[in-house]
Design a protein around this ligand. Sequence first.
Ligand code: PLP
Ligand code: COI
Length: 342
Amino acid sequence: MTMTANLDWENLGFSYMKLPYRYIAYYRNGQWEEGQLTEDATLHLHESSPCLHYGQQAFEGLKAYRTKDGSVQLFRPDKNAERLQRTADRLLMPQVSTEMFVDAVKQVVRANEDYVPPYGTGGTLYIRPLLIGVGDIIGVKPADEYIFTIFAMPVGNYFKGGLTPTNFIVSADYDRAAPHGTGAAKVGGNYAASLLPGKIAKDKQFSDVIYLDPATHTKIEEVGSANFFGITKDREFVTPLSPSILPSITKYSLLYLAEHRLGLKPVEGDVPLAELDRFTEAGACGTAAVISPIGGIQHGNHFHVFYSETEVGPVTRQLYDELTGIQFGDVEAPEGWIVKVD
Ligand code: PLP
Ligand code: COI
């Protein structure tokens, strides 16, 4: 394997970078045409494409990891394919099969392999699949034609602190999703709804927003860009269960690892804002966020500190080591979690 790109791998942050190749496939006449790699980073869309007007679009996020022996691997890409299929169903878009999805991801990673960060730098290749409804439709109805495209870029930390805790703020005034809306689907509209509360949070120096359940505003749902988890005094790994949060692949992986590798009790259930004292540690988890410890949460005039504002808690660190150990190939993975790109 080669490694020719010359980048500051340790300090990548989370920014767009144009890589040489991306994948694109068109859906026309009721079926997917053969996709291909292209160097063209610009999409050419009809002005009345439903993705532009009515938000008929979906995306995914996953990563490729460089292992110690120099090979490259993906973490549970089939789960991203399945989530994209569920999102497609919700927005009346055609499904991309798991086989087509994983094959296209591999093509993009292989074609841009020089940009998969070296092992040990903490960097990864972030992969962004995108499915959009296009064509000349002006009534509110699903498109007849679709584009499925995948691009990628090397990334480092999403939240500035990495494994150093950062602080989050509860959004009292805005929700990201409705109780039975599209919160569980990975659609751009959820993120459009989060831009304003996200800006308010960042202007106040918080890393991101914690959203409450949209029906009662009493329970934690998730972070704008990641799921929430807490560790209780009696060694429970607790994450909110709700139809309006994004089912995080990282979160489900952590529920499994917490139980089977760390001996914690995995719990999906309500996380009332009034009961934060239960938690000795808390964190945000997701593909981009990995595991980002939450130092404290601002809610109105109250600031609740979990483990510490400066130190990661021991269980969060253990979970981080187990998860990233698996992703980078240093720790044995549960069956089917790792897909090699060869
Ligand atoms: N919640 C939201 C709103 C997200 O954008 C993400 C990122 O994908 C997650 C949770 C985490 O999901 P995953 O672990 O599948 O990346
Ligand atoms: C991801 O973790 O893949 C996400 O989609 C989060 C995104 C908001 C950067």
